[in-house]
Design a protein around this ligand. Structure first.
Ligand code: SF4
Length: 157
């Protein structure tokens, strides 16, 4: 899935930030959270020296797609996977997966192990099973409500 062609690294002495362009769904949590570090109008668009490694790690943990990750070079804490692992549909958008998950292909081979993913829910992504924001063009508008697991009363036998 992710290859060295799609992953870029931005590092200083404290932190190494990796960015996978194929996983980014432009939710802009990074830009809103630390505009001095993440600025899509600038090249390079990520400048890790513009904030503390702790602040960068906090913002990266909010990246819903898993496009952003970090490795601490200063001995700071690495990202802690959410527990319990959870899958949450977003209104009109992807499933957000949180927690350590191994994503496998239909043949059982491992594609990626990650703690954050945004998976296609509309069926239109060109980067399946990952979301690529095709739900906007598709007009996908499912609210994402998940019915209670108990069957409706009329279906009970
Ligand atoms: S938070 Fe993640 S998905 Fe959103 S724009 Fe930044 S890198 Fe892309």
């Amino acid at each position: 899935m992710a290859t060295s062609d799609t992953i870029r690294h931005y590092a200083d002495d404290a932190i190494d930030i990796s960015y996978d362009v194929r996983r980014c769904i432009h939710a802009a949590e990074c830009i809103r959270g630390l505009p001095a570090v993440f600025d899509s109008s600038r090249r390079p668009w990520i400048v890790p020296s513009s904030a503390s490694a702790d602040a960068i790690a906090d913002v990266i943990a909010r990246c819903p797609s898993g496009a952003l990750h970090f490795t601490r070079r200063d001995g700071g804490l690495s990202e802690t996977p959410q527990k319990p692992t959870a899958i949450e549909p977003t209104p009109g958008g992807p499933y957000y997966v949180r927690g350590l998950v191994e994503l496998r292909s239909a043949d059982g081979s491992s594609v990626v192990e990650d703690v954050r993913m945004a998976l296609c829910r509309c069926g239109q992504s060109h980067n399946k099973p990952f979301c690529d924001n095709s739900h906007f063009a598709a007009g996908f508008d499912d609210p994402g409500a998940v019915p209670n697991s108990a069957p409706p009363a009329e279906n009970k036998k």
